[in-house]
Every structure is written in C-alpha cells, then in structure tokens.
Design a protein around this ligand. Structure first.
Ligand code: DC
Length: 231
C-alpha cells in the first residue's frame, strides 16, 4: 500500500496525540509528537534559566544556545510507544509538567525556534509513512500531506481530560488551573504572529467532544483508508 503523510492539528489536549499514536501503531507508521519538541525546548530554557522573573524569554541567549538542543524520539521497548529525549535524557514525563505547560506557548511563538523544529520535522517526513501531530503540520510543515485532520473539542472537555491524565500519572492537578491554562494556550496559539493555529483549507474537521475513543479511532481509520484509496 502506498505510504502517505498524515497531519493531525488542533487545540491543546483535544486527544490528537492519542488518536495519532493509535493509528500509527495500527498501520505501522512512525508517530511524531511535535508538541513534545516545543516542550523539550521549553524544558531546556527553564533549566538554563532563560526566563526572567516576569516569565519573559531571553531570546538572544536562547538563539545562541539552540545548537546545544538535540531532540529525538526512541521507542520504549515495554510500551512500544515513542518517548522524548533531550540531549540523550528521557524527558517524557518532565515535559508534561504544569511548569513546562505554562511556559511552552511563548517558546512556540519564537520564530527561530519554529524554524529549527519545522526543519527537523520535515526531515523526519522524507520517507513518508508518518503520522505527525501539532498545530501547523497541515499548514506549514507538510502543506502537501495526503491526509489532514483538524481536531476540536470544548475547552472544558479538554481540561477534564488533561486533569484525568495527570491524576492517573499521580502528578499534581487542579481542574480550574488546567482550564485556565488550556484557554490561555488556545488564545496564544491561535493569535501568535508566526504559524498561528488554523485549519488548513483542505483539512477534515473532527469535533470529538462527545465521541468515545473507539468511535474516534474508527472515524480516523476510515479517513486513512479513503486517503490511501483502498475503500
Ligand atoms: O500539543 P501540546 O500541548 O503538547 O503542545 C505544546 C505547545 O506547543 C502548545 O502551546 C502549542 C505548541 N505547538 C506548536 O506551536 N506547534 C506545534 N506543531 C506543536 C505544538
């Protein structure tokens, strides 16, 4: 069967990565979580003290140190799921913390950060056979992707999902704080100057507020089969 690129974009915490990961596993594609890449740069910046007391980024210093950041994904042999590595260290858990979530949107709005990560993402797609999720995959990274999905869900549903996820992992969570963070990130992500979140003209929209995981998966599988021309 011909290999394609599947671009999955949408707001934060709307289940993009769950659906992308599942589909990739099922059809034997590589899965790339681009949010994890922006989160990794954020973690690097936090550790390097590149935010001032007001939360502003020290842009020049970050620009000078971009070459020190190496992000990769490796398959966990037990879960068979890819995990994120920053300079050889497994940071999969740390990049999901509230501290990183609160700082990531401004990092993702920095033009030279985006340019570096987009170039790396495009290299990952050279061989096709890739499911990539993010905000600008169908619009900027792979405007020629054969299948583009744009996922939405209400902010309240998304905050609840994030809350459940953190609780499950035994990480501290407060629903109101998460909801605020989700709404704030929606705003920054869709209003920033560089590559704002928007639906590509040829993307198929999915509102999954009231879908079960199984229904969502089945919907996506059908779109994939249509895209590869086997239905
Ligand atoms: O999907 P996520 O919540 O892990 O994304 C983290 C942040 O990174 C979010 O604020 C949006 C940003 N992001 C982006 O700007 N472009 C992408 N392709 C992926 C994520």
């Amino acid at each position: 069967m011909k290999k394609i690129i599947i671009a999955i974009d949408g707001f934060s915490s709307c289940g993009k990565s769950t659906m992308a990961k599942e589909l990739a596993k099922e059809i034997g594609y590589i899965y790339v979580d681009t949010g994890a890449m922006y989160r990794s740069v954020t973690l690097f910046a936090l550790r390097a003290g590149l935010f001032d007391a007001d939360g502003n980024i020290q842009r020049e210093e970050l620009r000078d140190r971009m070459h020190e950041i190496d992000i990769s994904f490796r398959l966990n042999p037990d879960t068979k799921r890819p995990e994120t590595f920053l300079n050889g260290e497994n940071v999969e858990r740390e990049i999901r913390s509230m501290e990183v979530s609160e700082r990531v949107s401004p990092i993702a709005a920095v033009d030279f950060v985006r340019a570096a990560l987009v170039a790396q993402q495009q290299r990952m797609g050279r061989e096709k056979g890739l499911v990539m999720d993010g905000r600008d995959i169908g619009t900027v990274v792979f405007p020629q992707a054969e299948l583009k999905i744009f996922v939405t869900a209400t902010a309240e549903v998304r905050a609840q999902r994030r809350f459940d996820e953190l609780q499950e992992k035994g990480m501290p969570a407060c629903y109101d704080e998460i909801l605020r963070n989700v709404q704030e990130r929606d705003y920054i992500d869709s209003h920033r100057e560089v590559s704002p979140l928007r639906k590509a003209a040829d993307a198929i929209e999915l509102d999954n507020s009231h879908l079960t995981l199984a229904q969502q998966q089945e919907w996506l599988r059908q779109r994939y089969l249509e895209a590869v021309g086997s239905v």
